[in-house]
Design a binder for this molecule. Sequence first.
Ligand SMILES: Cc1ncc(C[n+]2csc(CCOP(=O)(O)OP(=O)(O)O)c2C)c(N)n1
Ligand SMILES: [Mg+2]
Length: 895
Amino acid sequence: MDNEISTQPHGMEDVEIQEWLESLDSVLESSGPEVAAEILERLRAHATVNGIDLPFSANTPYANTIPVRLQPLFPGDQELERRIKSLIRWNALAMVVRANRVEHNIGGHISTYASAATLYEVGFNHFFRARTEEFEGDTVYFQGHASPGMYARAFLEGRLSAQKLENFRRELKPGGGLSSYPHPWLMPDFWEFPTVSMGLSPLMAIYQARFNRYLEDRGMKPATDAKVWAFLGDGETDEPESLGAITLASREKLDNLIFVINCNLQRLDGPVRGNGQIIQELESAFRGARWNVIKVLWGSEWDAIFERDTEGLLVKRMGELVDGEYQKLVVSSGAYVREHFFGSDPRLLQLVEPLPDEALRRLRLGGHDPRKVYAAYKAAVDHKGSPTVILARTIKGYGLGEAGEGKNVTHQQKKLNEDELREFRSRFGIPLNDVDCVEVPFYRPAEDSVEIQYLRARREALGGYVPKRSIRSKPLVADHDDLFKEFHEGSDGREVSTTMAFVGMLRKMLKDTEIGKLIVPIVPIVPDEARTFGMESLFRTVGIYSSVGQRYEPVDVNTLLYYKEAKDGQILEEGITEAGSMASCIAAGTAYATHGINTIPFFIYYSMFGFQRIADFIWAAADMRMRGFLLGGTSGRTTLAGEGLQHQDGNSHVLALPVPNVKAYDPAFAYEIAVIIQDGIRRMYKHGESVLYYITVMNEPYAMPPMPGDVKDGILRGMYRFRPAANGKAKLRAQLFGSGAILNEVLRAQEILESKYGVAADVWSVTSYKELYSDGIESERWNRLHPGEKARVPYVTKCVADAPGVLVAASDYLKTLPNMISKWMPRRLASLGTDGFGRSEGRTSLREFFEVDSRFITLATLHELFVDGKVERSVLDKAIKDLGINADKSNPVIS
Ligand SMILES: Cc1ncc(C[n+]2csc(CCOP(=O)(O)OP(=O)(O)O)c2C)c(N)n1
Ligand SMILES: [Mg+2]
């Protein structure tokens, strides 16, 4: 292994090494660790200059980072804390076992919390500060699968009833239950952060810590020493998101951030690194990223053995074993440990000679020793200048004995037989007799017991209970009519894109007295298009946030719109990371709860890289009741010209469908966007609704029309008649539905149909198929459940009930969008859309290829009329010819 310590390199004399070590010890004693470190650094430089090739290693030996002599005194009552922890262990286990007795395979996890109990309890008793009036509180991301432990603790704290625990994983039972994992959507007074989709919480925690600094630097909250704690599994670190942003944390010097990685060396099905050492691997990754790394590997029982080992043999031996061996060793008998671990060297055997086998079996790991864990946490909260990660070694399923301790199957263990329950009871001293214990009752000592009194006192000292979610912000008051009115007027013939129109609104919102400061514009990068659209000028006006200000003279300093970074900059320009930007958006969009500040995020990105790329973060945001706006820029499969297959987005509105509280809009005109944003702010920040908005904006410039009368309600509900047919009395009639930039193609088709084919068509702007669909299924549901009452009519049906003629819809997204509302239309609906892979072409060619241009809309309309027997075949044939349509062109769906 690369962390091996060689005790006798190249036959060097023991005594010589000993002399070096002793002089270092004496420097350490007389002058302290800083001087010792400096000497070593100088030695390293000296060695390099003299041609000594020192191999790079980001690893330290396989030993505790904090030496015994620097370990602080444990400030709590260790015995009492152990008893409390044991009760929590019992109740956590009882929840899972009982739930599975009532309903086979309802699930739940015992072994994750069993291994992490000490890591949490030291936090609860000594570190996690609650949010109070005076102090913002620490922010804790609890590992999702450890939730039974958090519930069991809340039960002892008197915050959750036995009934609730009984209904673990059965929220639908009378009186309610507890959600399987942390879900603010399901338990909005309890959980703050959803963590169970692995990898999301470490990344969210990093950006949360960064956002806290942003708020401080912008003067929106006082600077405090509040911490963000994130508890992760070692298996979880394989998710790319887990380590994907760790360099941001160190670059930003986020010493308000602490990761605790529970290194039980196991994941769901087996060892995380059976043939390697996950702890050393993580250490080098985090040290390489300049984090402060604290390893907590061995418990206090090992201290004396290390003390006796003057030759460093023990550390060397520890570094030799791979995790697969460790997994076996820590659950083996003392005799096995003696033979297989210490037995590799007679000198090692000698070290443990005085210890009986039983003592060897009880050599605890660091993550199960409160004193070691306390020392690590204390060092982490006191550390300045960089984030800290604590790598704590534990045993998965600790205390489960034969029922699963350290076994590969332990993650899924949900049932214990009678003997196993009794053994667990005895091991943790739960005051239940042999008969009662097999019923696995919840156990809470009397309110005046020392345990409950102690537990309450500790939480009181730390400000109250954790986790706890509450809404701390006050609702906005203004209507902001004046702010948005100007955008109802149209652009007076000037060609602008909806992105440009949106940027105009953003600029105005930023100047508003009520919401100006609250706006948080977030961009991964400012794409070329956005520069042309005037977003650049925002850099100059509100500045790009940088925790160190601007340390260089920007290359474009002589221009009016130079790249301005500032410590109080408002824009979060995150770089090419949609995941990171979304995490910032989540932090900003949940600050109404976390900080009591109504920050309003506007996250602007390439629409293809949103729902498609970071859907799980958006799902987490929705679970967290995030408020704010996602702006899918350069959207529309045929509207983004030249970028081809990877970039052209005809998907995102379909992918927005599954997220229940996302309102998705595909507006065509500036006034539609103005209406949607104004209403969004009203709903989210005035009325406190748990919804968030997805709005696509395009880069195709065209004249923005004025709002045609009061169509606000229609815009918000999903559709309204934009331009009625000129000749309403015509014999041939049609209703055309268009969205986004394709609405213009529909308007052109309206003209062609009228002038060339005598078809009078009304044109509707469909701003949201999702809204229409949601309303439709809701009406159906209500009618099904209330057959005796007056049937509800879907909004879309009401709109088109009396609208004559054939029905044709065209959008820049998949045909499934119009298709899903067709059943609420009075007649058949023909849908045009952009199913298929994009092409690197201009808009005209793309719209021809995907068959969504005005000619294809015209043809579709004529075809519908033909099917209805309203026009002759010959009209169709001639139209195909006149419109220049190649009937044998390639099929975009499969080509
Ligand atoms: C993204 C994602 N993939 C898979 C899972 C399923 N899963 C649940 S627990 C688990 C193993 C966890 O291992 P580890 O992170 O080491 O946590 P431990 O329970 O060992 O503390 C997995 C894969 C998940 N929750 N999220
Ligand atoms: Mg694990």
